[in-house]
Design a protein around this ligand. Structure first.
Ligand code: 13P
Length: 286
């Protein structure tokens, strides 16, 4: 569990020492444990995140309970709501005791995004919670897309002036941007616009967030961190690691024991988490 001041200190340290927090999604307790073990192994800070779908699959209270359990293994676990799209999502997470929130009104018209995010930010600040906003629509989904390329996705690139206005009007603590970082893994790869990120960074003073962290090269990540990125979200690569390991283990039709076939999934997730945290420069920063 982390309060606002402690979370702010983490982001400040990222900006000062030029590294990014890894924000990793989970849908099951063993995947969450794998994330903690990976972060602990490389001594890195991180955020444990659920989308509303993942939160409701577990139940918000169980998600909180898992984070509390992990916090006993190593202090400083931050439980974060990823892409809360409605005020109800935000309230659900607040009631369950999430430490940090992402209000994503990016699919709404600009004024409505400001209205929703401002309302969510007011609630967050009353409760001493961190809140991230989003402007420009990232699009895609966290899975492996075999046949399509990113050109077909509905996404809106972040405009630097709009981003500045959005942060000032809503009072968010950090900002998710779209610079081509679509969610998921795509046949055509991702086309990251670092010049756009530099232009946003010149105008926006809060820490910036890079979603769609799967399948972005180490080189692009390193450059993005020099341009104000302080948190990078990863989901697809974890889902692929977990599910592929389970699939392989279940090829044996006589295997029915979860404690036999799930450890491979846990190890696969842990390996991805360690690799990403090293790539984000976060290893050794805890
Ligand atoms: P990927 O699924 O591309 O890793 O993105 C995850 C994400 O941004 C979660 O919000």
């Amino acid at each position: 569990m982390m309060n606002f001041k402690q979370i702010k200190a983490r982001y400040d340290d990222c900006l000062k020492q030029k590294y990014a927090l890894g924000a990793f999604n989970f849908s099951t307790s063993d995947a969450a444990k794998a994330i903690l073990l990976g972060a602990r192994n490389v001594q890195a800070p991180f955020l444990l995140t659920t989308s509303p779908g993942e939160m409701n699959h577990l139940s918000p209270e169980i998600a909180r309970g898992i984070a509390d359990g992990l916090d006993k293994m190593r202090k400083g676990v931050i439980l974060h709501l990823d892409h809360g799209k409605t005020y109800e999502d935000i309230v659900t997470a607040v009631k369950a005791g999430y430490d940090s929130l992402h209000c994503d009104g990016s699919a709404l018209p600009h004024d409505e995004n400001i209205k929703l995010t401002k309302k969510a930010a007011n609630l967050a600040h009353k409760r001493n919670l961190w809140i991230e906003g989003e402007i420009g629509h990232i699009g895609g989904s966290s899975t492996l897309h075999k046949d399509e390329t990113t050109e077909k996705i509905e996404m809106v690139m972040t405009d630097p002036d709009e981003a500045k206005d959005f942060v000032e009007k809503t009072g968010v603590n950090s900002l998710a941007v779209n610079i081509g970082n679509v969610h998921g893994i795509w046949k055509g790869g991702k086309h990251i616009d670092l010049q756009r990120l530099a232009d946003i960074h010149a105008k926006v003073k809060v820490p910036l967030v890079l979603h769609g962290g799967s399948d972005i090269t180490a080189e692009q990540i390193a450059k993005a961190i020099t341009l104000g990125i302080a948190k990078i979200n990863v989901n697809t690569e974890l889902r692929i690691a977990y599910t592929s390991a389970v699939r392989t283990a279940l090829k044996d039709e006589n295997e029915f024991v979860p404690t036999k076939y799930l450890p491979a999934a846990q190890q696969a997730v842990q390996a991805v988490v360690e690799e990403k945290l090293k790539m984000f420069g976060a290893a050794g920063k805890f």
